[in-house]
Design a protein around this ligand. Structure first.
Ligand SMILES: C[S@@+](CC[C@H](N)C(=O)[O-])C[C@H]1O[C@@H](n2cnc3c(N)ncnc32)[C@H](O)[C@@H]1O
Ligand code: SF4
Ligand code: SF4
Length: 346
């Protein structure tokens, strides 16, 4: 066992996450997203992904797996038709069969969508077909107050959130610079509404690419939004876990990825291109997260930290960004754990 594995031995999730990018085509063009939304590669070869998925499963050591299946936008009106729906159902059947073949104890499929869509019956057919084949299947979506929606799209999104209320696994909110700035003004926005209706909201770390300058938050902005969430939205993950749990696993789920062209990798999807790779201090490797994990653990000296057990650490990719603006001389998570203690929340 190498040093990184040794330090993180009790901090890995029992469930292995897979992220399957069927294609990159999308009906939106969020400015923080690294994909090429006009690229139609993969739309007519959805089932080919089963080959890469099986190659991953052959070596899978964990017994619980969940697959996040996404595009681009898998339910985009421009492309979502009867054939594509049937391909998704066959894909889900193929995955379920592979789950049995490799004797996983649990297997779930999340369909990741921007919910700016109108073919709702097809989505319902898909979810029903998955459940009929015994596969736990949900929808996952994202809300970004800045950059994602125009006015009509936001209305479509809101309507669909309520329409698929019981099918939603949760709503992700991305910690980009402009989203953070917006939430710090304490708006009573859609996230506020959903949070108070009990929806599971979780904050995702922004992963930098070559356009990161406008979206990558500073450590001070991260601290400001964490403390704001602690004060106003303490049930947002991972804030809730930091407050309530004595021990937490790392938030990086070392997702195993299949890209639109069948490429298999770990979360290096953003940094395949030389211009993106140039944004990082460490040599980012396609199928090995160890160098970025090691760089993080060494930079903050996590193994000696008093908060190590309850900390989820940060996104290893984000902290490897060469141009990160860091004004604090200590770890932002450490400062946040201390803030929680000083507030008497633990
Ligand atoms: C690429 S999208 C595809 C699925 C769907 N179109 C959607 O937006 O939910 C999947 C997830 O990636 C997130 N995402 C996009 N750009 C990102 C970035 N630079 N860093 C981290 N997450 C990002 C989105 O917010 C979304 O939750
Ligand atoms: S909706 Fe999803 S895939 Fe499309 S641009 Fe936005 S984050 Fe990227
Ligand atoms: S608080 Fe900072 S130094 Fe401590 S374990 Fe978490 S990331 Fe590492």
């Amino acid at each position: 066992m190498d040093l990184v594995d040794f330090i993180l031995r009790d901090k890995r999730d029992k469930q292995q996450e897979y992220t399957i990018h069927l294609f990159e085509f999308c009906n939106l063009s969020c400015p923080f997203c690294w994909q090429d939304h006009d690229n139609i590669v993969g739309i007519d070869t959805v089932l080919d992904k089963l080959e890469s998925i099986e190659k991953f499963f052959q070596k899978e050591m964990r017994k619980h797996v969940v697959l996040n299946i996404m595009g681009g936008e898998i339910f985009a009106d421009e492309i979502f038709d009867e054939k594509l729906k049937n391909d998704y159902i066959s894909l889900a059947q193929g995955i379920t069969d592979l789950g049995k073949k490799y004797k996983f104890e649990s297997i779930g499929i999340n369909w990741v969508t921007n919910l700016v869509i109108s073919k709702r019956d097809y989505v319902r057919d898909l979810l029903k077909a998955c459940r009929d084949m015994g596969c736990k299947s949900k929808l996952v979506t994202s809300y970004d107050p800045r950059g994602r929606f125009n006015k009509p799209n936001l209305e479509i999104f809101k309507e669909n959130v309520y329409d698929f209320w019981d099918d939603l696994e949760g709503i992700g909110v991305l910690l980009t610079k402009s989203n953070i700035k917006y939430w710090l003004s304490d708006p009573k926005d859609f996230m506020h509404e959903l949070y108070h209706k009990g929806v599971k909201v979780y904050a995702d770390y922004y992963m930098p690419d070559c356009q990161a300058e406008r979206s990558m938050p500073t450590d001070k902005e991260h601290y400001d939004i964490f403390t704001h969430f602690i004060d106003k939205y303490p049930k947002i993950e991972p804030i809730r876990s930091w407050i309530e749990n004595e021990r937490n696993v790392v938030s990086c789920r070392s997702s195993k990825l299949v890209l639109e062209d069948g490429t298999m990798c770990l979360c290096g999807n953003l940094v395949q291109e030389p211009r993106d790779k140039a944004m990082y201090k460490t040599d980012i490797q396609k199928a090995n997260n160890k160098p970025i994990e090691k760089a993080f653990l060494e930079k903050y000296n996590c193994s000696t930290c008093e908060y190590f057990h309850r900390c989820t650490l940060g996104c290893f990719m984000a902290h490897d960004y060469k141009y990160a603006e860091e004004v604090f001389d200590e770890c932002v998570y450490k400062m946040t754990h201390r803030y929680i203690e000083n507030k008497g929340l633990r």
